[in-house]
Ligand binder design. Structure first.
Ligand code: 3PG
Length: 412
């Protein structure tokens, strides 16, 4: 298990009146039809950091979605939502590094907040380069001369070696914001209990590529004793174990690049069959209604959108006997009430278990709030992928970048 490298926070620097670039993670679920932000909990969380900087000239940098996905959109709506939580204007500009953005940044006054456009509109942002190469990106070269301080508050994106996360700390003084600080301190506390015996990971969601790789690490490194699968990732494993899921579901899986990961999923099933639990029944969407079918009756004619009742009961029993439970990613399509059953029931079981409970990801925290169960979870993280990456022993490039900046700043 990894240590968290030493980093500095807002308590260690003078930011009054200064120009501060704040990288946040306000990547939120978006209604594909209306463009409406469906859950604003990440935006609300980062408002704490922005409030701390109330006498600074604050510029916010963030991403939303990935190029090609239905939630890849501008940050105009995000700026309006943030305004609401800050109770003051957040100006939005549809530019990132161009003359309009740079001119506006250079004229900001203390107390003003400006949100730049979705940083993933820049092709170089998501290139997986080392920090010193990102320090030479156009993003960093154009913006860094305009700032005194870089604040990274984007814990949920800390596992991404992207320019906006690792490039700026190479050239600017850089510290963790309040969300990042809180998350890293909570992770340190988790480590104190990490030697507890039965560690169950409940993994779902739609990011199948990331998750199949993490499942490999979690089992190979013996970080998890048991992995319970839901969401699209469980459908990938059902397909890998020979089930034909039906055309509507297979085409969704394929749109997520399933064929690239199927061999690894097959290999994992061979090596760890007793440690990977798959759904034994699923719920398909029959005209908006939930129709449960046993996997022996697959293929399904309609899209599969949740795990079934028998699977929920099996997973609840595993969770009840766990010493540590880590949950990341919904078990079904939670945007549709009929298919949020699996996620809700499993979260209820986690909340009521005696285990040390850790829940990661924006969707899950929104559901915990809705169920009034947030207080029953030991650690609710805003990060999904970042949390699992860290618990599976990976270094988080954005946190490493903050640590390098801290060492440089302490030496100065
Ligand atoms: C997340 O929601 O997990 C983070 O914002 C990272 O998003 P990504 O998986 O698109 O990089």
């Amino acid at each position: 298990m990894l240590e968290i490298p030493p980093f500095l926070t807002l308590d260690d620097v003078d930011f009054q009146g200064k120009s501060v670039l704040v990288r946040v993670d306000i990547n939120s679920p978006i209604d594909p039809q209306t463009g409406e932000i469906l859950d604003a909990s990440r935006i609300e969380a980062h408002s704490t950091t922005i409030k701390t900087l109330e006498n600074s000239k604050v510029v916010i940098l963030a991403h939303q979605g990935r190029p090609g996905s239905s939630d890849f959109t501008t940050l105009e709506e995000h700026s309006r939502v943030l305004s609401k939580y800050l109770e003051k204007e957040v100006e939005y500009i549809d530019d990132i590094i161009g003359p309009a953005a740079r001119d506006r940044i250079s004229r900001l006054k203390p107390g003003e907040v400006l949100m730049l456009e979705n940083v993933r509109f820049l092709a170089e942002e998501t290139l997986e380069f080392p920090p010193e190469k990102h320090a030479n990106s156009w993003l960093v070269r154009k913006l860094s001369p305009l700032f005194d301080l870089f604040v990274n508050d984007a814990f949920a994106a800390a596992h991404r070696p992207h320019a906006s996360l690792t490039g700026f700390p190479e050239v600017l003084p850089a510290v963790a914001g309040r969300v990042m600080e809180k998350e890293l301190r909570a992770l340190s506390r988790v480590f104190a209990d990490w030697s507890r015996k039965k560690r169950v990971f409940v993994i779902g969601g739609a990011k199948i590529g990331d998750m199949v790789k993490f499942i490999d690490t979690l089992l190979t490194q013996k970080i998890a004793n048991q992995v319970l699968l839901g969401g699209l990732v469980s459908l990938l494993f059902l397909k890998a174990s020979g089930f034909s899921l039906g055309e509507p579901t297979e085409s969704v899986l394929e749109s997520r690049g399933a064929s690239k990961y199927i061999d690894l999923a097959k290999d994992l099933l061979q090596r760890y069959s007793s440690k990977i639990a798959l759904p034994t029944d699923v719920a398909e969407n029959q005209g908006g209604e939930r129709k449960e079918i046993n996997v022996s009756n697959l293929p399904a004619q309609n899209p599969i959108m949740d795990v079934g009742g028998e699977t929920i009961d099996r997973y609840k029993a595993e969770i009840a006997s766990a010493d540590i439970v880590v949950l990341k990613g919904p078990a079904g399509v939670i945007e549709e009430p009929a298919f949020s059953l699996g996620t809700k029931e499993i979260l209820r079981a986690v909340a009521h278990s005696k285990a040390l409970s850790i829940v990661g990801g924006g969707h899950e925290s929104a559901i915990l709030n809705e169920l009034g169960l947030t207080d029953k979870i030991d650690y609710v993280s805003s990060g999904g992928g970042a949390l699992i990456a860290f618990l599976s022993g990976e270094t988080l490039p954005a946190v490493e970048a903050l640590a390098r900046a801290a060492a440089r700043m302490r030496g100065a």
